[in-house]
Design a binder for this molecule. Structure first.
Ligand SMILES: [Fe+2]
Length: 137
């Protein structure tokens, strides 16, 4: 089983554990069930991002724009993955889920989620982000 990077924010850690357990099921998933696992993962990632963005908005996270943009980019990867899953090549789907999508999600947790958790825990104040430049709305 892969290690879940704990961030100290219970809502985030609980969601990340669920995702990690889904990725961990890949090895025991039969070729015929790979598409189903992808559909489950896709739905869970989207639901998780929705919950996390509600948490972000509730705490006025200074990097909310950056964080949500990363979520959108990750979801675009999941969107693009559908064509590979639809092609039905089991080896490609296994690499897609087990390497590409898993590493993208883990990288997200280890970067923008980590910074977000430090802000939510009070370890980083809003002043730390004083040089942040965001697109004008
Ligand atoms: Fe996130």
């Amino acid at each position: 089983m892969s290690a879940v990077q704990l961030l100290g924010v219970p809502e985030m850690d609980a969601d990340h554990r669920i995702l990690e357990e889904m990725f961990d099921r890949l090895g025991a998933t039969a070729d015929a069930d790979l598409a189903g696992l992808f559909v489950e993962l896709d739905a869970e990632v989207r639901a998780h991002f929705t919950r996390e963005e509600a948490l972000i908005d509730a705490h006025d996270l200074p990097i909310a724009h950056c964080h949500k943009t990363q979520h959108a980019l990750l979801l675009a990867e999941f969107d693009a993955a559908r064509a590979i899953v639809a092609d039905g090549d089991a080896a490609k789907i296994r690499r897609l889920i087990g390497v590409v999508l898993h590493e993208l999600v883990a990288g997200h947790v280890a970067s923008v989620d980590l910074v977000t958790s430090r802000f939510l825990a009070g370890d980083l104040g809003a002043e730390v982000f004083g040089n942040l430049r965001l697109p004008a709305e």
